[in-house]
Design a protein around this ligand. Structure first.
Ligand SMILES: [Zn+2]
Length: 353
């Protein structure tokens, strides 16, 4: 075995490539040779700001949580995986069998382990150990990159489940970044009849159009939320049943409430300031439900079957690839907002996608 090159965030603005020891898997773990790891907005946010909300980087932390790799060592109690299996990694692993775990909503467990959320290390490295129960074997027709993309795809699945998207639902997605795009893909796959999607950038909306958006809409900062709502209603022919807000911008949250049909659902995926001024009474008197999401739960098996069956195609999301050694350039690319998904290739011996 070689060394364990890792992408480590030491403090705000201080990102380093360094060698770490190769971990030893416990009885219920597997050791993975990492293959493809996507860079997430949250990784960049920790790098630039040293924190997200109450999660503060206080000690060096390995970044990365959108990952797939190959099993190279199996813990003594693991039965369902063997050496050579290609797996997708679910980064959130509950530590306690608390009420949230018991009810199946383990993403809400306050003590959950989560890759690259301080103080827990992520998997942007050569070798990484993880709970075997949260590693999912990939079918032969699902690539490692698709496996890594299951993480952002899971955000879309969870958001659409929370929104209750189903056959014939009309949907507005606010924001055409990677998360807006996966919400679009999943909404379509779940049977949404029409999906409109907004963004400030017409460049980003091109990808949305390519991925199946019915109505891409460029919005400007000066547009009032009521104006945007009116235009969306005009395009869809009526107000959307569901709005999935992925920007975190206050004005976009306001649009989301104004535009959603009475009795419909607004799901807030994007994170903005803690306090926001929104037309809450407008939502209340029209019985528009406002729902939050926190990551996801119980999505990997569904995502794998969606990818394997060809119902969802996430491959176009990957626009840039860098070897692990060039992680700093890869992070720069993501920070500048270039492309959609930047993928780091951690396995020098395997050049498959
Ligand atoms: Zn992420």
């Amino acid at each position: 075995m070689d060394t364990n090159l890792s992408v480590v965030l030491h403090a705000q603005g201080d990102l380093r490539l360094e060698e770490r020891p190769i971990p030893e898997p416990g009885p219920n773990d597997v050791l993975l040779r990492m293959h493809s790891v996507g860079i997430c907005g949250s990784d960049v946010h920790y790098w630039q700001n040293g924190r997200i909300g109450d999660f503060v980087v206080k000690q060096p932390m390995v970044l990365g949580h959108e990952a797939a790799g190959t099993v190279v060592k199996v813990g003594s109690a693991v039965r369902h995986l063997s050496v050579g299996d290609r797996v997708a990694v679910e980064p959130g692993v509950p530590r306690d069998m608390d009420e949230f775990f018991k009810s199946g909503r383990y993403n809400l467990s306050p003590s959950i382990f989560f890759c690259a959320t301080p103080p827990d290390d992520g998997n942007l490295c050569r070798y990484y150990k993880h709970s075997a129960n949260f590693c999912y074997k990939l079918p032969d027709n699902v690539t490692m990159e698709e496996g890594a993309l299951i993480e952002p795809l899971s955000v879309g699945i969870h958001a659409c489940r929370r929104a209750g998207v189903s056959l014939g639902t009309t949907v507005l997605v606010c924001g055409s970044g990677p998360i807006g795009l996966v919400c679009l893909l999943v909404a379509k796959a779940m049977g949404a009849s029409l999906v409109a999607i907004t963004d400030l950038s017409s460049e980003r909306l091109k990808m949305a159009k390519q991925l199946g958006a019915d109505f891409p809409l460029v919005v400007a900062k000066e547009d009032t939320p009521q104006e945007v709502a009116h235009r969306v209603e005009g395009m869809l022919g009526s107000q959307p049943h569901v709005t999935i807000e992925c920007t975190g911008a206050e004005s976009s949250m306001q649009t989301a409430i104004y535009v959603t049909r009475s009795g419909g659902v607004v799901v807030l995926v994007g994170l903005g300031a803690e306090m926001a001024s929104v037309p809450l009474v407008n939502a209340a008197v029209r019985e528009v439900d406002i729902r939050g999401v926190f990551r996801y739960c119980n999505t990997w098996p569904m995502a794998i079957s969606m990818l394997s069956s060809g119902k969802v195609n996430v491959k176009p999301l990957v626009t840039h690839r860098f070897p692990l050694e060039e992680a700093v350039q890869a992070f720069e690319t993501t920070r500048r907002g270039q492309g959609v998904k930047v993928m780091l290739k951690c396995d020098q011996d395997d050049q498959e996608l």
